[in-house]
Design a protein around this ligand. Sequence first.
Ligand SMILES: [Fe+2]
Length: 317
Amino acid sequence: MLDAARRDPLRRPVVTSFFDPETGTASHVVRDRGSRACAIIDSVLNFDPATGRTSTESAKAIRDFVDDAGLEVAWQLETHVHADHLSAAQWLKSALGGQIAIGDGVARVQAHFSPMLGLERAAATEVFDHLFGDGETFHIGALRAIALEIPGHTPADLAYVIGDAVFAGDILLMPDAGSGRADFPGGDAAQLYRSARRLLGLPAEARMFVGHDYRAPGRETCAWETTIGAQRRDNIHLRDTVDEAAFVALRTARDRQLRVPRLIFPAMQTNLRGGRLPPPEANGVAYLKIPLNAPWPTGEPRTDAVLPRRQHRTAPP
Ligand SMILES: [Fe+2]
């Protein structure tokens, strides 16, 4: 498919990316050159946990782009159940259409989080419009696409290979940033390594689009597009010379320093419902839950909020 795309410019999708600075998320609109069909990958619904306000600022930028270009949305694709932001797939579907799809391993993510959050384990087939199996092909207009299972960051990550472009989700970040974390419940650094190698076995010229960027030290701007060849040569965690044992050691040490994402509970409650917010309660207001001191499946989470007593202040200086 990638070879065919290289030979035929019509099979090279036009990719337009949108960056949400609050969560460092890159969303992508992937368009077939030969028709009006497109897919939206990993959209963001803005959420401020302090005020409980959602907003569609990021999603509106995508909607306006799609409307202005006269595109027709075939798919709302998720690379995985995100823990750091809420998906806008439902809002964008109601505005633009498109089937909401994710990997068929999503039940494994539900199994880790639904008990902790007291969520009903709704059948994933009722929550999402389509569940991709590993190697399943699909179309965006005349563009051929394939879903590849790449677990490790979560138990159910997918990459989408569309024409000559690979959408890697959070398995690989930009070469100077390395890889996504592997310490979420159900995550696995060795599995992440093998998933990354699977993607890095694709042709070196293939374009790779990543799902996040946090502007690595020394870089002026955020970035989300690279190539397989650049990743194999330069990725600070996953270049060709790093073997599995070295990667697992590096990733595990790094993960021990990372805090749990700020929006993990709001994100999981929304994204395990396919981007639906919880229904309103009797007073007409909807609530997101925060489990208090619930057992954490991967050992105690890091909480940098606990400071030595002498550093506590009761009021701003
Ligand atoms: Fe993620």
